[in-house]
Design a binder for this molecule. Sequence first.
Ligand code: DGL
Length: 260
Amino acid sequence: MDNPIGIFDSGVGGTSIWKAIHQLLPNEQTIYLADSKNAPYGEKTKNEILELSIKNTEFLLNGNCKLIVVACNTATTNAIDFLRTSYKVPFIGIEPAIKPAALQTKTKKVGVLATKGTLSSSLFHSTSRLYAEGIEVIEQEGQGLVELIEAGKVNSQEIKSLLQNYLQPMLKANVDCLVLGCTHYPYLIKTLRELLPDTVKIIDSGEAVARQTKAVLEKHGIRNVGSKVPQENVFYSNSDISVLKGLLGEGSHKVQYLDF
Ligand code: DGL
Protein backbone atom coordinates (compact mmCIF):
# COMPACT_ATOMS: atom_id res chain seq x y z
CA MET A 1 0.00 0.00 0.00
CA ASP A 2 1.62 3.27 -1.03
CA ASN A 3 -0.47 5.66 1.10
CA PRO A 4 1.75 7.81 3.32
CA ILE A 5 2.61 7.35 6.98
CA GLY A 6 1.52 10.38 9.00
CA ILE A 7 3.74 11.70 11.76
CA PHE A 8 3.00 14.56 14.16
CA ASP A 9 4.67 16.35 17.02
CA SER A 10 4.16 19.58 18.94
CA GLY A 11 6.98 20.91 16.77
CA VAL A 12 10.31 20.03 15.23
CA GLY A 13 11.41 17.35 17.75
CA GLY A 14 9.56 14.47 16.11
CA THR A 15 11.91 14.76 13.15
CA SER A 16 14.31 12.71 15.31
CA ILE A 17 11.72 9.92 15.03
CA TRP A 18 11.10 10.62 11.34
CA LYS A 19 14.83 10.12 10.67
CA ALA A 20 14.80 6.68 12.31
CA ILE A 21 11.65 5.67 10.40
CA HIS A 22 12.98 6.95 7.08
CA GLN A 23 16.27 5.11 7.62
CA LEU A 24 14.52 1.78 8.28
CA LEU A 25 11.67 2.20 5.78
CA PRO A 26 13.07 4.35 2.96
CA ASN A 27 10.35 3.52 0.46
CA GLU A 28 7.49 4.61 2.68
CA GLN A 29 6.19 8.05 1.88
CA THR A 30 5.65 10.32 4.91
CA ILE A 31 3.75 13.46 5.84
CA TYR A 32 5.10 15.25 8.91
CA LEU A 33 3.13 17.83 10.85
CA ALA A 34 4.96 20.21 13.20
CA ASP A 35 2.45 22.06 15.38
CA SER A 36 5.15 24.51 16.47
CA LYS A 37 2.65 27.34 16.90
CA ASN A 38 1.23 25.44 19.89
CA ALA A 39 4.51 24.18 21.37
CA PRO A 40 5.26 23.37 24.08
CA TYR A 41 2.51 20.81 24.67
CA GLY A 42 4.23 19.85 27.91
CA GLU A 43 2.87 22.91 29.70
CA LYS A 44 -0.74 22.37 28.57
CA THR A 45 -3.61 20.55 30.29
CA LYS A 46 -4.52 16.99 29.33
CA ASN A 47 -7.64 18.29 27.57
CA GLU A 48 -5.73 20.83 25.52
CA ILE A 49 -3.20 18.15 24.50
CA LEU A 50 -6.06 15.85 23.55
CA GLU A 51 -7.76 18.50 21.38
CA LEU A 52 -4.53 19.33 19.56
CA SER A 53 -3.78 15.62 19.02
CA ILE A 54 -7.25 15.13 17.50
CA LYS A 55 -6.76 18.13 15.20
CA ASN A 56 -3.35 16.82 14.04
CA THR A 57 -4.70 13.30 13.52
CA GLU A 58 -7.63 14.51 11.41
CA PHE A 59 -5.32 16.63 9.27
CA LEU A 60 -3.17 13.56 8.55
CA LEU A 61 -6.19 11.35 7.91
CA ASN A 62 -7.41 13.90 5.35
CA GLY A 63 -4.06 13.30 3.64
CA ASN A 64 -4.99 9.57 3.40
CA CYS A 65 -2.41 8.38 5.89
CA LYS A 66 -2.53 4.63 6.50
CA LEU A 67 -0.85 4.75 9.93
CA ILE A 68 -0.10 7.56 12.35
CA VAL A 69 3.01 7.97 14.46
CA VAL A 70 2.49 10.20 17.47
CA ALA A 71 6.11 11.38 17.56
CA CYS A 72 5.65 13.15 20.86
CA ASN A 73 5.88 11.65 24.35
CA THR A 74 3.55 14.30 25.75
CA ALA A 75 0.81 13.64 23.18
CA THR A 76 1.26 9.86 23.45
CA THR A 77 1.03 9.71 27.22
CA ASN A 78 -2.01 12.00 27.29
CA ALA A 79 -3.96 11.13 24.14
CA ILE A 80 -3.05 7.84 22.47
CA ASP A 81 -5.69 5.74 24.27
CA PHE A 82 -8.39 8.09 23.02
CA LEU A 83 -6.97 8.20 19.47
CA ARG A 84 -6.78 4.40 19.28
CA THR A 85 -10.40 3.97 20.26
CA SER A 86 -11.64 6.81 18.03
CA TYR A 87 -10.00 6.15 14.64
CA LYS A 88 -9.57 3.02 12.53
CA VAL A 89 -5.93 3.43 11.46
CA PRO A 90 -3.15 1.95 13.61
CA PHE A 91 -1.27 4.37 15.89
CA ILE A 92 2.34 4.14 17.03
CA GLY A 93 3.25 6.11 20.13
CA ILE A 94 6.39 6.96 22.00
CA GLU A 95 6.94 6.80 25.73
CA PRO A 96 10.07 7.34 27.84
CA ALA A 97 12.20 4.18 27.50
CA ILE A 98 12.00 3.11 31.15
CA LYS A 99 12.08 -0.61 30.36
CA PRO A 100 15.44 -0.70 28.49
CA ALA A 101 16.93 1.61 31.13
CA ALA A 102 15.71 -0.65 33.93
CA LEU A 103 17.28 -3.65 32.19
CA GLN A 104 20.63 -1.91 31.69
CA THR A 105 21.22 -0.01 34.91
CA LYS A 106 23.84 -1.39 37.28
CA THR A 107 23.49 1.30 39.93
CA LYS A 108 19.71 0.69 39.99
CA LYS A 109 19.19 4.40 39.47
CA VAL A 110 17.96 5.95 36.23
CA GLY A 111 17.23 9.54 35.28
CA VAL A 112 14.30 10.58 33.11
CA LEU A 113 14.29 13.97 31.43
CA ALA A 114 10.83 14.76 30.03
CA THR A 115 8.15 17.44 29.90
CA LYS A 116 5.81 18.25 32.76
CA GLY A 117 2.91 16.87 30.67
CA THR A 118 4.64 13.50 30.28
CA LEU A 119 5.86 13.18 33.86
CA SER A 120 2.41 14.01 35.25
CA SER A 121 0.54 11.56 33.00
CA SER A 122 -0.96 8.37 34.38
CA LEU A 123 0.46 6.34 31.47
CA PHE A 124 4.01 7.36 32.43
CA HIS A 125 3.38 6.36 36.03
CA SER A 126 1.88 3.00 35.18
CA THR A 127 4.80 2.23 32.84
CA SER A 128 7.30 3.22 35.55
CA ARG A 129 5.56 1.03 38.11
CA LEU A 130 5.50 -1.89 35.71
CA TYR A 131 9.11 -1.85 34.55
CA ALA A 132 11.10 -0.06 37.21
CA GLU A 133 10.41 -2.19 40.24
CA GLY A 134 13.35 -1.99 42.62
CA ILE A 135 14.86 0.87 40.63
CA GLU A 136 14.97 4.49 41.68
CA VAL A 137 13.71 6.76 38.90
CA ILE A 138 14.89 10.36 39.20
CA GLU A 139 12.41 12.45 37.22
CA GLN A 140 13.34 15.87 35.91
CA GLU A 141 11.19 18.32 33.98
CA GLY A 142 13.07 19.83 31.05
CA GLN A 143 11.38 23.19 31.39
CA GLY A 144 12.45 25.67 28.71
CA LEU A 145 14.33 23.17 26.52
CA VAL A 146 11.58 22.65 23.92
CA GLU A 147 11.14 26.43 23.50
CA LEU A 148 14.88 26.90 22.88
CA ILE A 149 15.04 24.02 20.37
CA GLU A 150 11.96 25.43 18.59
CA ALA A 151 13.80 28.77 18.40
CA GLY A 152 16.76 27.06 16.68
CA LYS A 153 19.05 27.43 19.71
CA VAL A 154 20.17 23.80 19.93
CA ASN A 155 23.82 24.62 20.55
CA SER A 156 23.29 27.65 22.79
CA GLN A 157 24.79 28.46 26.17
CA GLU A 158 21.21 28.79 27.50
CA ILE A 159 20.57 25.13 26.73
CA LYS A 160 23.87 24.11 28.27
CA SER A 161 23.13 25.99 31.51
CA LEU A 162 19.64 24.51 31.81
CA LEU A 163 20.96 21.00 31.22
CA GLN A 164 23.73 21.51 33.76
CA ASN A 165 21.09 22.30 36.40
CA TYR A 166 18.76 19.51 35.35
CA LEU A 167 21.49 16.85 35.41
CA GLN A 168 22.84 17.74 38.83
CA PRO A 169 20.29 15.85 40.98
CA MET A 170 20.62 12.80 38.72
CA LEU A 171 24.40 12.75 38.92
CA LYS A 172 24.24 13.25 42.67
CA ALA A 173 21.95 10.21 42.86
CA ASN A 174 24.50 8.18 40.82
CA VAL A 175 22.35 7.36 37.78
CA ASP A 176 24.03 5.34 35.03
CA CYS A 177 21.23 5.70 32.46
CA LEU A 178 19.56 8.86 31.24
CA VAL A 179 16.27 8.36 29.42
CA LEU A 180 15.38 11.05 26.90
CA GLY A 181 11.63 11.33 27.39
CA CYS A 182 10.93 13.95 24.75
CA THR A 183 11.50 13.69 21.02
CA HIS A 184 13.14 17.12 20.95
CA TYR A 185 15.95 15.98 23.24
CA PRO A 186 17.95 13.73 20.87
CA TYR A 187 19.09 17.03 19.34
CA LEU A 188 20.80 17.75 22.68
CA ILE A 189 22.87 14.55 22.76
CA LYS A 190 26.08 16.35 21.77
CA THR A 191 25.76 18.80 24.69
CA LEU A 192 24.59 16.07 27.05
CA ARG A 193 27.67 13.99 26.20
CA GLU A 194 29.89 16.95 27.12
CA LEU A 195 28.14 17.28 30.47
CA LEU A 196 27.80 13.62 31.44
CA PRO A 197 30.50 11.19 32.52
CA ASP A 198 31.10 8.30 30.09
CA THR A 199 29.58 5.93 32.62
CA VAL A 200 26.12 7.38 31.96
CA LYS A 201 24.30 5.85 29.01
CA ILE A 202 21.86 8.02 27.04
CA ILE A 203 18.75 6.12 26.02
CA ASP A 204 16.35 7.34 23.36
CA SER A 205 13.58 5.47 21.61
CA GLY A 206 13.85 6.51 17.95
CA GLU A 207 15.05 3.17 16.59
CA ALA A 208 12.59 1.18 18.69
CA VAL A 209 9.72 3.30 17.36
CA ALA A 210 10.92 2.70 13.78
CA ARG A 211 11.08 -1.07 14.36
CA GLN A 212 7.60 -1.02 15.90
CA THR A 213 6.29 0.98 12.91
CA LYS A 214 7.67 -1.64 10.53
CA ALA A 215 6.17 -4.49 12.56
CA VAL A 216 2.71 -2.87 12.69
CA LEU A 217 2.74 -2.09 8.95
CA GLU A 218 3.54 -5.75 8.30
CA LYS A 219 0.96 -7.03 10.75
CA HIS A 220 -1.76 -5.00 9.00
CA GLY A 221 -0.45 -5.87 5.53
CA ILE A 222 -0.02 -2.19 4.64
CA ARG A 223 3.74 -1.92 4.20
CA ASN A 224 4.78 -0.46 0.85
CA VAL A 225 6.36 -3.47 -0.81
CA GLY A 226 6.09 -2.06 -4.34
CA SER A 227 9.17 -1.02 -6.26
CA LYS A 228 7.74 2.45 -6.88
CA VAL A 229 10.04 5.03 -5.29
CA PRO A 230 7.99 7.38 -3.10
CA GLN A 231 7.53 10.99 -4.00
CA GLU A 232 9.40 13.48 -1.86
CA ASN A 233 8.49 13.52 1.82
CA VAL A 234 6.41 16.47 2.94
CA PHE A 235 6.89 18.48 6.15
CA TYR A 236 4.34 21.06 7.24
CA SER A 237 4.88 23.63 9.97
CA ASN A 238 2.58 26.37 11.23
CA SER A 239 5.59 28.46 12.33
CA ASP A 240 8.98 29.56 10.98
CA ILE A 241 10.09 26.73 8.65
CA SER A 242 13.81 27.55 8.82
CA VAL A 243 14.31 25.61 12.08
CA LEU A 244 12.62 22.53 10.65
CA LYS A 245 14.74 22.82 7.50
CA GLY A 246 17.92 23.16 9.56
CA LEU A 247 17.23 20.03 11.60
CA LEU A 248 16.33 17.97 8.53
CA GLY A 249 19.48 18.90 6.62
CA GLU A 250 20.01 17.78 3.05
CA GLY A 251 17.61 15.42 1.27
CA SER A 252 14.52 15.33 -0.87
CA HIS A 253 12.24 17.14 1.56
CA LYS A 254 9.44 19.48 0.78
CA VAL A 255 9.18 21.80 3.80
CA GLN A 256 6.19 24.05 3.69
CA TYR A 257 4.47 26.65 5.90
CA LEU A 258 0.81 25.88 6.48
CA ASP A 259 -1.61 27.85 8.64
CA PHE A 260 -3.36 25.09 10.60
N1 DGL B 1 8.43 16.47 21.41
C1 DGL B 1 7.49 16.59 22.49
C2 DGL B 1 7.62 15.36 23.41
O1 DGL B 1 8.15 14.35 22.98
C3 DGL B 1 7.66 17.92 23.14
C4 DGL B 1 6.51 18.27 23.98
C5 DGL B 1 6.27 19.73 24.16
O2 DGL B 1 5.92 20.38 23.17
O3 DGL B 1 6.37 20.17 25.30
O4 DGL B 1 7.18 15.33 24.53
